[in-house]
Design a protein around this ligand. Structure first.
Ligand code: GCW
Length: 613
């Protein structure tokens, strides 16, 4: 078997390509099951089960996969995974917690991927669709095997000619949709709110009848070409994108206009809540970026149509290493909300540094009851690289996202262990345990050398890799830490910017008091003097030094363990080369941030370690 023919990531136990002529999920399921010699399985369609549900039943030495239309495929993958890993079969009827389990691909039609760290786009190049259908079917298989069912094909920043996806390129969109359909994956398209204006309509005002008519007619054409399109995704009035604010209209008016155009076709309108002032004057102390989403959307609760989903990033800033849960989730009980996560490791190591996300999601779930949202979305970490993810271990984050989207229960250890077993079945059990351990602690190590105590935005501007303590300090993005010789952080309590007031209890009180605020978020919510004494008795400045040194030391340990693991090639070579880069990056973060704070504060390290003057 040639490596480039291998389905990467967690399906190495079945390195096969699904034949092009199979068009129904049940046919794919039957084919998958038929490929495993020592497995006796039978599919049993059950129209009484929900479409995506399944049940595995042992019957006379065989396993019956009872399921709805796509459920049979999900059941087949669950059976194959249990068979490969030697784990017990899941019991009872299984169905996904969230009906929409989406990935948002920030792929541009020129072939680049915004914040992509796994190579160029898998399906766009040269301003058009350009892909290997065999690879796209493998992708479909990968997505179905972890339960993801919606893929947004283009960047939320809609750059020309992506407007053509709902115009002249509809036949190509339809062909692409056809490749993923057998895997139960539906497409979504990011649309440009001002598109009617490029077609002779003088305005994009959502209350203008010509605009409404344009979108309704466009929706008719789009759904005629792709009848099962999931919907449109919109980034409006955000980072210079067009939107309803231009016309003095609210985001409910903007979203509802599009939602009404696509409602007759069963379409869903996913509207992103990533709206803030990206032209802020750093001297302005009244505006506090984390307040923005709540301030914009909470007053609109109850005004969105039933087929609108408001997609909210997990934290109030922008996918930083650690953020508190966004208060918007608690402020809109009468609105369909989706949680947006970022698998692309923009601020979390760029698929060079290890950063396994399940521990972060477990923490998020501790504060955000899963039923607060009705859907989940994640920014994709996929690309054209041979292993699809840049770093072979970055595949874990997509796999885990699919698992959490099916069943949003905290279980980082179990999911990581399952991924390791499925991905490296040939490795001895102790080595798999060691790898799982590295992954489990990777986020902690990264956070310690990069951004401990809730310190955000000390990252290099634009490319967002590597340290630059003042890089975002005097910029227009609302990203300030305000470190001076005495103190660091922003007071976000009622006495400061008032951000903590956006939370319901008990979160509000917990965050507002430095005595109860978790250490990891202390500098997110508070401005503290360097001699502030932490719960563990250390001063704040000592903790800053200690955490950075500890993060680097932990990374060195991870590297040592990794080097000793019998990983198969080519994964081993890629993982080791990237670990060398991570060590360099960790050293830079540790030294530069500690030097920055020492120069400002003049405080010595209690342990006399090397910090530069
Ligand atoms: O963090 C920012 C990213 C942008 C991205 C934006 C968003 C797609 O740096 O690259 O644009 O978030 O989420 O819209």
């Amino acid at each position: 078997m040639k490596t480039e023919n291998r389905t990467p990531a967690w399906l190495p136990f079945l390195p096969l390509d699904v034949p092009a002529e199979l068009t129904e999920p049940a046919q794919v399921a039957a084919f998958e099951l038929s490929q495993v010699e020592d497995l006796r399985a039978e599919l049993r369609p059950d129209p009484d089960l929900p479409e995506e549900a399944y049940e595995l039943l042992a019957e006379g030495g065989a396993t019956i996969v009872r399921g709805g239309r796509t459920g049979m495929l999900y059941g087949a993958y669950a059976l194959l995974a249990a068979h490969a890993a030697g784990t017990p079969l899941p019991t009872g009827v299984r169905k996904p917690f969230y009906p929409a389990r989406m990935i948002n691909c920030w792929d541009n039609m020129d072939g680049s991927v915004e914040r992509g760290y796994a190579g160029r786009s898998l399906w766009f190049e040269g301003e058009r669709f350009d892909y290997d259908p065999v690879r796209i079917r493998r992708l479909g298989r990968l997505l179905a095997s972890c339960g993801i069912n919606v893929l947004c094909v283009n960047n939320v920043n809609v750059h020309w000619p992506a407007q053509q996806l709902i115009d002249g390129m509809l036949p190509d969109l339809a062909a692409f949709a056809g490749l993923l359909r057998p895997f139960g994956v539906r497409l979504m398209v990011s649309v440009d709110f001002s598109q009617p204006m490029s077609d002779g309509v003088p305005t994009a005002d959502p209350l203008d009848s010509a605009v409404q008519a344009w979108w309704a007619a466009r929706a008719d054409r789009v759904w005629a070409a792709v009848p099962d399109l999931y919907g449109f995704l919109v980034k409006a009035d955000s980072e210079h994108r067009p939107g309803p604010f231009t016309y003095g209209r609210s985001h409910a008016e903007g979203a509802n206009m599009l939602a009404r155009a696509i409602a007759p076709h069963g379409g869903t309108l996913v509207w992103r809540a990533f709206v803030y002032n990206c032209m802020q004057d750093w001297r302005d102390t009244k505006t506090d970026r984390p307040c923005a989403a709540y301030d914009t959307y909470a007053p609109l609760d109850g005004q969105f149509d039933g087929n609108v989903i408001l997609q909210v990033k997990n934290g109030p800033f922008d996918f930083q290493v650690r953020e508190p849960v966004s208060p918007t989730f608690f402020a809109m009980p009468r609105t369909n909300l989706a949680l947006e996560l970022q698998l692309a490791q923009e601020y979390t190591g760029q698929q060079i540094d290890l950063y396994a996300m399940p521990p972060m999601w477990d923490e998020l779930l501790a504060d955000l009851p899963p039923e607060r949202v009705c859907a989940v979305a994640a920014v994709s970490n996929l690309g054209r690289d041979e292993n699809l993810f840049g770093h072979p271990f970055a595949a874990l984050n997509l796999y885990a996202f699919g698992r959490y989207a099916w069943d949003p229960a905290p279980r980082a250890e179990t999911v990581i262990a399952a991924w390791v077993s499925l991905t490296y079945p040939g490795m001895p059990a102790e080595d798999r345990g060691r790898l799982a351990q590295i992954l489990l602690c990777s986020r902690h190590a990264y956070e310690l050398y990069n951004a401990p105590l809730g310190l955000c935005w000390m990252v290099s501007p634009n490319n967002h890799y590597g340290p630059s303590p003042d890089g975002y300090e005097y910029q227009a993005w609302g990203t300030y830490h305000k470190a001076n010789r005495d103190a660091v952080g922003i007071d976000r309590t009622a006495a400061g910017t008032g951000y903590t007031e956006q939370y319901p209890e008990p979160l509000r009180s917990r965050y507002a008091d430095p005595a109860t605020c978790p250490d990891e978020l202390l500098l997110f919510f508070h401005r503290l003097r360097y001699d502030f004494v932490m719960r563990d008795g250390r001063t704040l400045i000592q903790r800053i030094y200690d955490d950075h040194f500890e993060g680097f030391a932990l990374t060195e340990k991870m590297a040592e363990t990794l080097r000793a693991l019998p990983l198969p090639e080519p994964d081993r070579a890629v993982a080791l080369a990237r670990m060398d880069l991570q060590l360099k990056n960790a050293r830079e973060w540790c030294d530069i941030i500690n030097t920055f704070f020492r120069r400002l504060s003049g405080a010595d390290d209690a342990h006399g370690r090397k910090i530069w003057d």
